[in-house]
Design a protein around this ligand. Structure first.
Ligand SMILES: Cc1cc2nc3c(=O)[nH]c(=O)nc-3n(C[C@H](O)[C@H](O)[C@H](O)COP(=O)(O)OP(=O)(O)OC[C@H]3O[C@@H](n4cnc5c(N)ncnc54)[C@H](O)[C@@H]3O)c2cc1C
Length: 459
């Protein structure tokens, strides 16, 4: 890949139309904030502190990460003091009251209960329920509000085969319970003739949790075991008329994930499976080659797939890992390059929409407006692509696009707090980072012109 060839000049008309549309979206968002950031609640205030005090943020999130393993109020109180009274992590008010106290005191019990409650409150903003049954109500509410969904069952890595088997079964059981969705009047298509609305039920699967020994060094076996397990889930999804996406993960595991997807969806029994979805991460330098490969796969399969285009959620982890090991990073180093690549891949996807249903997964108003306007400049309508966002992160943005007739699907995690923590911490870190678009959209100055500027490849 050579850098200059990646540069692309939008026509002035397209650029104007993206900016005009972006301003409309920002004006529809107004001063609304996602519920997770609502400062009337503890969770929202903690998020706000986290954004303004980097030291506090790191220590707070470490505490959130370790919290599920702490079983006594004395242990929680001790950890709260250890993590939050570090130099530089100045905090105020109530939390200060709970620092450096006797771990067996009443004050420690109150602190522990408060911390647990706040973290649960925070998690509840991102996670729709602990079980599929519990999630039915919030999911129905989403559809009532003209938002589509895809359900993800939280789980990071499985450490044993027993855990992996439990995770496969959780998907099978979830499909059973969520089958109720088909009986709702709210399940009528939100956008007429949209392939993403051929069913109101959709799941997203994180493959690495389905096999405890999933590893690049164990490539063939990983693909073979995962292909068998994913096949079981897809069979059940087919029975329950559910759509399905396979999530992308870190660069080490993605080749396994991509090969498994191809194995499963080239089987004749899934030839008619409607638009099976895969995820491409624009922050990866190899993303364009991966996307072209999947377009080729869809052509060979003889039936379209869906491609969720995201920027990628493992940037910090992978960048640190590469630096530690002296490896060249597989990811762009500058956010603007990722943004520019996202737009480039959006054009490729849209130009190949008959093979790949484009699903633009982002909360970045510029990225989304660009995709919408480029699609329209190529003669596509709202039934040819969809937008996707994370549950609890960006309701005002989701509403702004959905009210303009676009299909917006929310990615809705379900699951218990313990496995949910990894997800929660990742979301918190990502969305309170200095470069996060959400942070600028909802907290820092609403510099709309800067937020809507065309990104360029910087490397
Ligand atoms: C519906 C949905 C499903 C998703 N599914 C997946 C999935 O399967 N797999 C997955 O990995 N992610 C997934 N994500 C997360 C996604 O990859 C992004 O992390 C997240 O959406 C933030 O990107 P943004 O466009 O919303 O925000 P923005 O603030 O515009 O972009 C933030 C992103 O920019 C990139 N970035 C940040 N700093 C740098 C830097 N210095 N150099 C280069 N790039 C940088 C990172 O990718 C970061 O996440 C999903 C997101 C959504 C909305």
């Amino acid at each position: 890949m050579n850098a200059p060839a990646r540069q692309y000049e939008n026509s002035p008309q397209l650029e104007d139309s993206v900016k005009t549309f972006g301003r409309e979206i920002f004006s529809a968002i107004g001063k609304e904030q996602p519920s997770t950031f609502n400062k009337d609640y503890w969770a929202g205030r903690i998020m706000e502190w986290s954004m303004s005090k980097p030291e506090f943020k790191v220590n707070m999130f470490r505490l959130v990460d370790v919290l599920p393993t702490l079983t006594s109020s004395a242990a929680i109180a001790t950890h709260v003091s250890e993590y939050l009274s570090k130099p530089g992590a100045e905090i105020s008010g109530l939390l200060e009251w709970g620092l450096n106290i006797n771990p067996n005191s009443l004050r420690a019990k109150i602190t522990s209960a408060l911390v647990r409650k706040s973290v649960r409150e925070m998690a509840a903003g991102f996670i729709a329920g602990e079980t599929p049954k519990e999630a039915l109500k919030p999911l129905r509410r989403l559809r009532k509000n003209r938002l589509s969904f895809t359900v993800d069952l939280l789980g990071e890595f499985s450490l044993s085969e027993k855990e992996a088997e439990v995770y496969v079964n959780r998907y099978l059981e979830a499909l059973e319970v969520l089958g109720d969705v088909h009986g709702w009047e709210e399940s009528a298509p939100l956008v007429t003739d949209h392939p993403g609305e051929s069913s109101a039920l959709c799941i997203s699967v994180k493959l690495t949790a389905l096999y405890s020994q999933c590893n690049a060094l164990n490539f063939d076996r990983s693909v073979s075991v995962l292909s068998e397990r994913l096949t079981r889930i897809v069979r059940e999804a087919q029975k329950k008329r559910a759509l399905l996406y396979v999530d992308a993960e870190d660069s080490g595991n993605n080749p396994i994930i991509y090969q498994t997807f191809k194995n499963v969806f080239s089987q004749p029994e899934f030839k008619d499976f409607p638009h099976p979805g895969i995820v491409i991460q624009a922050y990866a330098k190899s993303a364009e080659a991966t996307l072209l490969d999947f377009i080729q796969f869809a052509k060979q399969r003889g039936a379209p797939i869906a491609v969720r285009l995201v920027k990628g959620a493992y940037w910090d982890h992978e960048t640190i890992l590469s630096a530690q090991n002296n490896w060249p990073s597989p990811l762009f180093a500058k956010k603007e390059s990722t943004d520019a690549n996202y737009e480039k891949l959006s054009r490729i996807l849209i130009d190949n929409h008959e093979h790949c249903l484009p699903a633009f997964g982002s909360h970045n108003v510029r990225s989304l407006c660009y995709a919408c306007r480029y699609a329209e400049s190529r003669g596509l309508s709202t039934k040819h692509f969809e937008l996707q966002m994370l549950y609890g992160m960006a309701e005002p943005i989701a509403r702004a696009f959905s009210s303009k007739g676009y299909l917006v699907r929310l990615y809705v995690p379900l699951g218990e707090m313990l496995p949910g923590m990894g997800y929660l911490v990742r979301r918190l870190l990502e969305n309170t980072s200095n470069e996060s678009f959400l942070r600028h959209t909802f907290f820092d100055s609403h510099d709309v012109d800067r937020l809507l500027a065309a990104p360029k490849f910087l490397e």
